[in-house]
Write a protein that binds this ligand. Structure first.
Ligand code: SAM
Ligand code: SF4
Length: 376
């Protein structure tokens, strides 16, 4: 049997559980690559370099931190490079994002990036970071071969930043963002999660700040991936609310460029003539909204994830994890590793089912792992 790409193989219908266990078994004759049962092809690899972090964002980590993985449990630099090589050379990965935890806390980060760059001269390699310590490392990261950077920044107010991240490091982060820009790690993208009653009112001023500096701000809907399990549907700020918050000062219109599998829906931003529906002046830049909960984009998902301990997760909300590193350490060949990766992606759920949480799917089970332990 061959599967036609782009032709979903319907199984889970409407109200059925999209996370329900699926029959195993990837049919023979499929094209090479990370194909799933619904015709999606994963070409965008998110690889976590560590589960450790120096912030404690309330929507991600508990105040006391988590029990960190041992050094031996985490992929070594050589193992990271081998896994990426298999992804790129054998499985059609075209883009790599390094993440964590906080990737900057990894002592051998520069070696990893320069080895990856040496092996893949043309691969776009980006990194998501909280930017603490980036000021001193930005130029070296660029020189090692990093292409671009995404920085998490939820507030420009010291007190709010400290409340959200439980660390007083706003100035370090701002210096890090500017250093990344100066080092040529642009376009710099900023990620902001809005929390009701904490930083939601800051949405327009965050956007004004980003536009003024030429950074692309993206708002991410808060997902139920916090270690404290404090997320509620009622409390999260939805994409519709974000658009409303921004619309007081700005007129947003859909960016005419193709979305091309990107998680963020992009809008062009113009100033609003106060109290009217009219825009004035030129396009000031763009803003993105990643509406993973209320407007999910699972049907067009192109991501494959590797956790810091080398587990494949086909979806952020997978309850299934496939141990790639254990197989690698047992002496497996590249072909065997590629096959295990393909099998894991074949079983990717049709959708995460989160858009119904708190509405008609009270049985949604939050994954055990928090965002920091998966790699966002
Ligand atoms: N430490 C780095 C950072 O914060 O950029 C990289 C890892 S962090 C897990 C990656 C992204 O996930 C960040 O932009 C963060 O805001 C986002 N994130 C973490 N927990 C989240 C949640 N519960 N819902 C939505 N986004 C979340
Ligand atoms: Fe750390 Fe990033 Fe999680 Fe914040 S979002 S606690 S910076 S891993």
């Amino acid at each position: 049997m061959t599967v036609q790409l782009g032709m979903p193989q319907p199984r889970a219908e409407g109200g059925s559980d999209p996370q329900a266990p699926q029959p195993a078994g990837r049919p023979a004759g499929l094209p090479a690559g990370l194909v799933d049962r619904y015709g999606r092809v994963a070409t965008d690899m998110r690889l976590s370099l560590t589960d450790k972090c120096n912030l404690r964002c309330s929507y991600c980590m508990p105040a006391e931190g988590l029990e960190w993985l041992s050094k031996a449990a985490v992929m070594s630099a050589e193992e990271v490079v081998r896994i990426v090589r298999i992804g790129v050379d054998s499985l059609g990965v075209r883009e790599l994002r390094l993440t964590g935890g906080e990737p900057l806390v990894r002592a051998d980060l520069l070696d990893i990036i320069s080895s990856l760059r040496h092996a893949h001269p043309d691969l776009p390699i980006s990194m998501t970071t909280n930017a603490v310590g980036l000021e001193k490392k930005a130029q070296a990261l660029k020189d090692a071969g990093l292409t671009r950077i995404n920085v998490s920044l939820d507030s420009l107010h010291e007190e709010t930043f400290t409340q959200l991240t439980r660390r007083p490091f706003l100035n370090k982060v701002l210096a890090g963002v500017d250093a990344a820009w100066a080092a040529g790690l642009g376009p710099v993208k900023l990620n902001a999660v809005l929390m009701r009653g904490i930083n939601d009112a800051e949405a327009p001023s965050l956007l004004a700040w980003a536009l003024g500096r030429g950074y692309e701000l993206r708002f991410i809907e808060q997902m139920p991936l916090d270690a404290d399990h404090g997320w509620t549907r009622r409390n999260m700020i939805t994409a519709a609310e974000i658009r409303d918050l921004l619309s007081v000062d700005y007129v947003l219109s859909t960016d005419p460029r193709e979305r091309d599998g990107a998680p963020a829906e992009r809008f062009e931003v113009r100033a609003r003539v106060p109290g009217t529906d009219t825009a004035e002046g030129p396009v000031l830049g763009t803003v993105g909204i990643i509406a993973s909960v209320t407007e999910p984009f699972c049907a067009d998902c192109r991501r494959t994830r590797i956790t810091a301990e080398g587990k494949i997760m086909s979806c952020l909300f997978s309850h299934e994890e496939t141990d790639l590193l254990g197989l690698l350490r047992s002496g497996a060949t590249d072909e065997q590793l590629a096959e295990r990766w393909q099998d894991a992606m074949w079983a990717k759920p049709k959708a995460h089912g989160m858009d119904h949480v708190g509405l008609d799917a009270p049985d949604f089970v939050q994954p055990d792992r928090s965002m920091s332990a998966i790699g966002g």
